[in-house]
Design a protein around this ligand. Sequence first.
Ligand code: SAH
Length: 242
Amino acid sequence: MHRFFVAPEAIANGTAVIEGEDVQHMKKVLRLSRGDEVTLCDGRKTEYTARIERMEKECITLQILASASSKTEPRCSVTLYQGLPKAGKLETIVQKCVELGVSRIIPFQAARSVVQLSARDFEKKRPRYARVAYEAAKQSRRGIIPEIGGLADLSTENFSEYDLVLLAYEEEHGMTLKQALRCAENISRLALIIGPEGGFACDEVASLAERGAVPVSLGPRILRTETAGMAALAMALYELEG
Ligand code: SAH
């Protein structure tokens, strides 16, 4: 069944209203018509089976037939802090990590980031990444559209909302990601921090560790920054979701 995200406000009293670009897509590309059933997701982990009632030029009205909570969301929400990589790589990271189950991606400017952007310049690019996240969430049937945060400064970032903060550090040769996750209990909010192409500077690691981040190894091989986030996310959810 075809699947669409709709804003929660677009669903009320047993009726859903679709507006915007999905209207043309449903009519012209998918050739849906009155009586056809589709799945709608409100982006807050609730899914609806709905039947098309009325098709107008700019909007489609559907009758809600059933609702259920999304079965595709991991129990643990994972925020990926990604050291700003070279142009193009962040799109790949967003797309793949959304498929793998990330809840939020927050890029940050690191001392050794090859690309140095101001938070304002990143804002201009943010809609593009949000679009990639939306498309990936749609295709992988996510129950949420993972958020792309603004460019963060990790030296002032507050990590108090997380149960555990793991810093993937290529120079860590003791603690592995697996060991760190096995030591911790009841993790429902996890942060994973991945450095940029140039890796982390020692003082960045020290400052993050002081604020509770646990440096972990992702294994004996050095991964590229765009591989490290995907690998760490897949490993973490494999370990946590059983
Ligand atoms: N330039 C560095 C590698 C940076 S890799 C060097 O050549 O040594 C980019 C980022 O990916 C790192 O900062 C780290 O966060 C993560 N990463 C890659 N491989 C890793 C590993 N084996 N263990 C932990 N983190 C790793």
